[in-house]
Design a binder for this molecule. Structure first.
Ligand code: F6R
Length: 241
């Protein structure tokens, strides 16, 4: 694992955006795996600025988002569809048909999940997967468990995740209980992985990811087995390394 520690969130966002922009520039039809959340917002804002100011071109880029809540329509302000359009897609020249985000309204989630994996495969696999990390070590919505799943699947969210994400809803009761997420196998098949973490609440999960054993109790610890992982951390998230 390559670990880059920076001082501030702004620097973290700049560094992350530079890595993603490098992938987009080096390969016209780059396939990006994307995450949502507070951590990635600054990176998306930088990428939008790079498109606006430096003509960073996304016209052949293909994207696959990691996850989406089940039961939220795309127009819901807390859906990941809404987040992605607001933070990135509305500001760059990516063709709409190149954007893939799991459908939170699907009536046949299992069949839909298989279809999603097939689309990733047809696109040639993911060149660069961007990840955030949960305070419990989750990536995507692959929560700590006895067993982890390889493929895209439906998941019951962990209590800590519902609690952590309730800051975006009026109350924890409104947070959806289920989501669709790409599985650990899909993430591990990406050619390169970029994980971002900032703030003191992530320090324990980062320590367990980097220094602990590989365990399904800390899904991100599986990244130790991947040959091309870069972690961009701020000082607080790196504090226990
Ligand atoms: C969401 C996702 C999650 C987040 C993680 C960190 O698409 O993949 O695993 O990356 O929950 O979220 P923040 O950045 O809000 O702390």
């Amino acid at each position: 694992m390559k670990i880059e520690t920076v001082e501030h969130y702004e620097e973290l966002s700049r560094k992350a955006a530079t890595i993603v922009a490098g992938q987009v520039s080096i390969k016209n039809n780059a396939v990006l795996g994307l995450a949502t959340g507070s951590t990635t917002e600054g990176m998306y804002s930088r990428l939008a600025a790079m498109h606006r100011e430096d003509s960073l071109d996304f016209k052949e880029t293909v994207t696959f988002n990691l996850d989406e809540y089940l039961g939220l329509p795309p127009g819901h302000p807390q859906s990941y569809h809404y987040y992605m359009h607001k933070n990135l897609f509305d500001h760059i020249n990516i063709p709409r048909e190149n954007i893939h985000i799991p459908d939170g309204e699907t009536e046949e989630p299992e069949a839909y999940c298989s279809w999603y994996d097939k689309k990733v495969e047809e696109a040639g696999g993911i060149d660069l997967q961007v990840l955030g990390i949960g305070t419990n070590g989750h990536i995507g919505f692959n929560e700590p468990a006895e067993n982890l799943q390889a493929q895209t699947h439906v998941v019951d969210l962990a209590a800590e995740t519902i609690e952590a994400n309730s800051r975006f809803f009026r109350s924890p009761r409104e947070v959806p209980r289920r989501a669709i997420t790409m599985g650990m196998g899909s993430i591990m098949k990406s050619r390169k992985i970029l994980l971002l973490a900032g703030g003191p609440k992530k320090a324990r999960a980062i320590r367990d990811t980097v220094k602990g054993g590989v365990t399904t109790r800390v899904p991100a610890s599986f990244l130790q087995l991947h040959p091309h992982v870069t972690l961009v951390l701020d000082r607080e998230a790196a504090a226990l390394l």
